[in-house]
Design a protein around this ligand. Structure first.
Ligand SMILES: NC(=O)c1ccc[n+]([C@@H]2O[C@H](COP(=O)([O-])OP(=O)(O)OC[C@H]3O[C@@H](n4cnc5c(N)ncnc54)[C@H](OP(=O)(O)O)[C@@H]3O)[C@@H](O)[C@H]2O)c1
Length: 318
């Protein structure tokens, strides 16, 4: 992947730009503010360097990782910032790392500027490629590449190994998305072509990531007064989550389910509810139904010792 123009200097851009530069990609950062773009590159430890002339990319400065400077190594492709209104993109990938609500207007602005990239992708897990329609006349490959990761505002560079949901208006667009994900050490995930697939996929991602963070927050608040050391509590709860996730990764969520609801210890469940404030109890109650259903489903395929499986095929019985 030779050239990428990243639009936006937010959380995902902060993770992607250094990861792309580290893989030798020529990156340009486009921002609504030239000062912000320059500060962004500086914070990421990228420095100015002479840019080679090439079609569709005139002027500007290339920025390289600071470490290259002191080493005096021959410069790899670097990152360059491009202020708003600077030269149009005439080749490579145009990557919209802007909030979902402004992708369409950012695509509109790119079309008005005269951008004609080889492919244009956004990073939203919710929208499909239709949101890039303003660029349809100038780019045949419009798609999305959604990194299935959590990117806080000041997070580290993107680590390899993520799953990326990839797709697009054409096979070429989906291929460009898959190429980006593989270039960054990720695994592309294709959606089925069915109404609402992307919304369901993204709802699932939000439920598991946002939901788990919200549950951890509620759990910390619930037990804050019950322990001497809140930091030790956080360590314990996150270790507990990690061990559940390890089991779920290896064997699936049914096997990873533990706790009194799964064991049928109803008296303990009632004791928990009595110890909670009403808002936390409402969340706990809402989760009892799926937890009990999971426990029943697990018992049906793997009954407690001695009991026959409810789903045991009749032909297997004497
Ligand atoms: N954060 C995550 O965990 C995550 C995970 C997967 C996918 N995504 C997707 O990645 C994309 C970017 O998300 P993000 O979290 O990086 O967003 P963000 O931190 O809010 O940053 C977006 C950047 O977009 C630029 N921008 C352009 N027009 C804007 C406007 N009208 N209002 C606000 N910002 C504007 C800003 O850069 P300038 O000020 O420099 O123009 C801003 O820093 C979204 O499509 C999101 O769904 C996010």
């Amino acid at each position: 992947m030779e050239r990428v123009v990243v639009v936006g200097t937010g959380a995902v851009a902060r993770a992607l730009v250094p990861a792309l530069v580290a893989r030798g990609t020529q990156v340009r950062v486009r921002s609504r503010s030239a000062e912000r773009a320059a500060a962004f590159c500086e914070e990421l430890g990228l420095r100015a360097s002479a840019a080679p002339d090439r079609a569709g990319s005139t002027g500007g400065k290339d920025l390289l990782p600071e470490s290259q400077d002191s080493l005096g190594a021959s410069p790899p492709a670097g990152a360059a910032w491009t202020p708003e209104g600077d030269e149009p993109v005439l080749d490579g990938l145009l990557l919209f790392a802007v909030p979902d609500r402004v992708i369409a207007s950012a695509a509109q602005a790119a079309a008005l500027r005269g951008d004609r990239p080889e492919a244009a992708l956004h990073l939203s897990g919710y929208h499909d490629s239709g949101v890039l329609a303003p660029l349809a006349a100038s780019c045949a490959r419009l798609g999305f590449a959604h990194p299935l990761g959590s990117f806080p505002p000041d997070g580290p560079p993107l680590a390899p190994g993520l799953t990326w949901c990839c797709g697009g208006s054409t096979e070429g667009a989906a291929a460009a998305a898959a190429e980006l994900s593989c270039h960054l050490g990720g695994r592309p995930l294709q959606l089925r072509e069915a109404e609402g697939s992307k919304a369901r996929y993204h709802a699932a991602a939000s439920l598991v990531a946002g939901g788990a963070a919200a549950l951890l927050h509620l759990a910390e608040q619930l037990a804050a007064d019950a322990v001497e050391d809140p930091a030790a509590l956080r360590a314990g709860l996150t270790d507990l989550l990690a061990s559940m996730l390890e089991n779920a990764r290896a064997h699936g969520p049914l096997a990873a389910l533990t706790g009194p609801a799964a064991r049928g210890d109803d008296a303990v469940v009632e004791g928990h509810l009595a110890a909670m404030d009403p808002a936390t109890a409402a969340v706990y109650r809402a989760l009892l139904e799926p937890m009990r259903a999971m426990a029943a489903a697990r018992a049906a395929v793997r009954p407690p010792s001695g009991a026959p499986a409810a789903t045991e095929p009749r032909s297997a019985q004497p």
